[in-house]
Design a protein around this ligand. Structure first.
Ligand code: PMP
Length: 394
């Protein structure tokens, strides 16, 4: 049987990561995957997470099945965190998922079960896995532009493109720290998007993977909360991978907001049914950790402080890189970098120039120009700036 399988495509980001693994140059720098690294290049376990794990190990509760929606306390805590204490959680439900990717896939399945053939709009460029996940669930995908020529958020262009979205289409928006561009809408742009959704009747589908790593936790959640106030129906995919550092524990949830309690109940059951045929139930550990952190005032404060420190380090890296490029005479490029937010920056380099960065300077970013700004030890920023300037100089 397997002899019949044609060569399948491989994941471009993981291909680059494997290529990096066999690069023997001492100065090699891996900025491909979106993983936070500290000053020593390690991806640390956050202190609040470690303490929660110790408490959980001491309590050593049962590992019995939790139920079809996963950990109920986790789902409540994330509804509260994402929608805010005053948020519309009375017309919302959350189902624990296998991280943000699992939430995206379950919500895509929900859309397909509700109305097969629905069109989902994604930004161009988008997170590499958006289109594959939506298409795997059987949905139609269309795109809207995201950036202007300088790499900033193109408000006029986005509103123009989305004027083509029809009632009941779904529009996938990243709630903050856009991957891959780092270009985010300003608050007034989010207000215009919410207005458009309310007027034209399309359903916002918000992907939240980096809240806390852009302008601060509350600021990064503001757009999601605004949309939740303004529209009757909304879908939210939440990842705890980056802001709790739980990458491999696969922790997240799918949130649905509906116009009636009945619609929300049905949507929750449809999400459970979708999970049941994929993996039955999500893993408990990460959800128990997040719940322990969020339900304990001391651990919650510690987590917030650690998250703020991560955000500050990312911001310092970006500012330093932009200042060095400015000093080397690349002002326009530096300005566009400085305006970006979150873990990623889009370098103003072509695919060919990204290849040169890899070959000549051992610096690995994606072919499209994305680098993980959160993955650079501060003392390596001068050599990153030299590499970029060297490639720009031709
Ligand atoms: N959405 C976006 C925009 C992402 O960048 C990522 C991860 N890189 C995810 C969702 C999914 O993350 P995970 O499945 O690891 O939680």
């Amino acid at each position: 049987m397997l002899e019949l399988l044609p060569p399948p495509p491989t994941d471009p980001l993981w291909d680059l990561t494997y290529e990096f693994g066999s690069d023997e140059r001492a100065e090699r720098l891996n900025l491909v995957l979106g993983v936070y690294r500290d000053q020593t290049g390690r991806t640390p376990v956050m202190a609040a997470v470690r303490e929660a794990e110790i408490r959980l190990a001491e309590r050593s509760e049962s590992k019995e099945y939790r139920g079809l929606s996963g950990n109920a306390a986790f789902n409540r805590a994330l509804l509260d965190l994402v929608l805010g204490p005053q948020g519309p959680s009375d017309r919302a439900a959350a189902v624990q998922t296998v991280a943000g990717s699992g939430a995206l896939r379950l919500l895509a399945d929900l859309i397909c079960r509700t109305r097969p053939g629905t069109t989902v709009w994604i930004s161009d460029p988008a997170y590499v896995n958006h289109r594959p996940i939506l298409e795997a669930a059987g949905l139609e995908v269309r795109t809207f532009g995201w950036c202007d020529a300088e790499g900033g958020f193109d408000a006029a262009g986005v509103l123009r493109d989305l004027a083509g979205a029809r009632r009941d289409d779904v529009v996938l928006l990243q709630g903050c720290c856009h991957n891959p561009t780092g270009a985010d809408p300003a608050p007034e742009d989010w207000a215009a998007l919410a207005e458009l959704a309310a007027r034209d009747g399309w359903v916002p589908f918000v992907d939240l993977a980096y809240h806390g790593l852009g302008d601060g936790l509350e600021a990064d959640l503001a757009a999601t909360r605004l949309l939740a106030e303004r529209v009757p129906e909304m879908l939210i995919a939440v990842s705890c991978s980056k802001n709790f550092g739980l990458y491999s524990d696969r922790t997240g949830c799918a949130i649905v907001l509906g116009a009636s309690a009945r619609a929300v109940r049905h949507a929750e059951t449809a999400l459970q049914n979708a999970a049941r045929t994929l993996y039955s139930m999500p893993p408990e550990h990460g959800a128990a950790v997040v719940t322990t952190v969020l339900e304990d005032a001391g651990l919650r404060d510690l987590w917030r402080a650690e998250l703020d420190a991560m955000r500050a380090r990312i911001e310092a890296n970006r500012t330093d890189l932009a200042a060095r490029l400015t000093a080397m005479g690349w002002q326009a490029q530096a300005r566009s970098l400085a305006g970006q937010r979150g873990m990623f920056s889009m370098l103003p380099l072509t695919a060919q120039e990204m290849l040169r960065l890899r070959r000549e300077y051992a610096i690995y970013g994606t072919t499209a120009g994305r680098i993980n700004i959160a993955g650079i030890p501060a003392d390596r920023i001068p050599c990153l700036a030299r590499g970029i300037a060297g490639v720009l100089a031709g």
